[in-house]
Design a protein. Structure first.
Length: 410
């Protein structure tokens, strides 16, 4: 049986720079890393690609990883032909076709369609073989493996690619100063390799959604007539999933931050298809296991904030739920909560309540947190403690009932 609640823990991504002819960082390639000491990818399958996409956009935040520069992500055939979703819009992410990928009519047609949609494609490790050459009319970048052929072979590849004006050439696997000199002589536009810089491991702390929550969400979203309220309730029951959906708003908007005040609003802005795509990738990435008690406390705090705010008229219930949820997640991650809220598309009201305790929602959060810590709480014109004890029992009952729902069929 899968664990009910997700876990906190470090997630890792390899990031290797690509340089322009002036030696400036022009882009990054994002690489799968399965641990803090991994110096290269141990696997290159669809699960690895899913983890890179999910973690880059929803654990780190793409802007935090690459700033305003473009980036490349290696894709397997399943993503290119549409068997697995691409949950981001065309733009700053280059789709890199893995070296050795089987090229047939279906893949060529898929590459043409992705380019037509506005995606930028790159061929990895191009050696000039005739099958892969069929993709050249549909790509924007060609990465030439400087270690894979002699100087004459590299010259032939460069000459063939330059017949297509759209293609920009990337010299990859530049391992020695001699190979760098060769690449410069051929006037490559971008340069990548250990002679310039090695992949850098980037790590952050993240909450991982539970497999059960993802199954429930996918079940809700797969219905012919999606019940939006039920889908939102499924997201709200898993703090990790909620944070990833909030970050997904920024991913879907290509870096143009759209402030939101609740999970419901985030789901509406993303749209059901986008939420379904993110949930699918999270399931493929298979991030599960965790500390049930800590994350149950997080859901209880969120629910208490919602019910207290609704009873006192201190703000909209869904907004109060989000405030309580984010404050609890900040506690779980162990860093300043401002570092979390800065990565999320939140309204000033929500961010101010979570980080500084501002406004009526800040008052509600402060009282609920104090009560959870066992501290005495007083509030003008209201008896202390008794009503909050009732809110706690109600929140516990709601959380336990929610998490006890039977797992739907996959």
């Amino acid at each position: 049986m899968d664990s009910i609640i997700g876990r906190t823990g470090p997630v890792h991504i390899g990031r290797q720079a690509l340089y322009d002819a002036q030696g400036r960082v022009a882009a990054y390639e994002l690489l799968f890393r399965d641990g803090p000491h991994a110096h290269e990818a141990t696997v290159r399958d669809s699960a690895a690609t899913s983890r890179v996409i999910v973690e880059a956009f929803t654990a780190f935040g793409i802007e935090e990883l690459v700033g305003d520069r473009p980036c490349f992500i290696n894709l397997t055939r399943e993503f290119l032909v549409g068997e697995l979703p691409l949950p981001f819009q065309p733009g700053r992410v280059g789709l890199e076709l893995l070296a050795g990928i089987e090229v047939d009519d279906e893949l060529v047609a898929a590459a043409a369609a992705l380019t037509e949609q506005g995606h930028r494609l790159a061929i990895d490790g191009y050696t000039g073989d005739p099958d892969t050459a069929r993709l050249l009319p549909h790509v924007h970048y060609v990465k030439v493996d400087m270690l894979a052929g002699d100087r004459h072979a590299i010259a032939r590849i460069v000459e063939a690619c330059r017949r297509i004006p759209r293609i920009r050439l990337i010299a990859q696997r530049i391992e020695t100063p001699e190979l760098l000199e060769l690449a410069i002589r051929h006037n490559f536009q971008l340069y990548q390799g250990h002679a310039l810089s090695r992949p850098h491991l980037v790590t952050t702390q993240a909450l991982n959604p539970t497999r059960l929550a993802r199954v429930r969400l996918l079940t809700e979203l797969a219905a012919e007539d999606v019940d939006l309220d039920r889908a939102v309730a499924t997201i709200e029951r898993d703090p990790a999933l909620a944070v990833r959906i909030l970050r997904g708003v920024n991913a879907a908007s290509n870096g143009l931050k759209q402030p939101v005040s609740s999970i419901f609003q985030a789901v509406v802005l993303l749209g059901i298809p986008q939420v379904r795509q993110w949930a699918t990738l999270m399931m493929v990435a298979d991030l599960a296991d965790g500390d049930e008690s800590l994350l149950t406390d997080a859901v209880v705090r969120a629910r208490m904030c919602q019910t207290v705010a609704e009873r006192r008229g201190a703000g909209a219930g869904p907004t109060a739920f989000t405030v309580g949820l984010l404050s609890a997640i900040g506690d779980l991650l162990g860093g300043p909560v401002g570092a979390l809220t800065e990565q999320l598309p939140l309204t000033e009201e929500v961010a101010g309540a979570v980080v500084h305790g501002h406004g009526d929602l800040g008052d509600v959060l402060r009282e609920v947190r104090a009560y959870q810590r066992g501290e005495s709480v007083t509030r003008s014109c209201e008896p202390a403690g008794g009503e909050l004890h009732g809110e706690l029992l109600a929140a516990l009952s709601w959380t336990n009932a929610s998490l006890a729902e039977p797992e739907p069929a996959a």
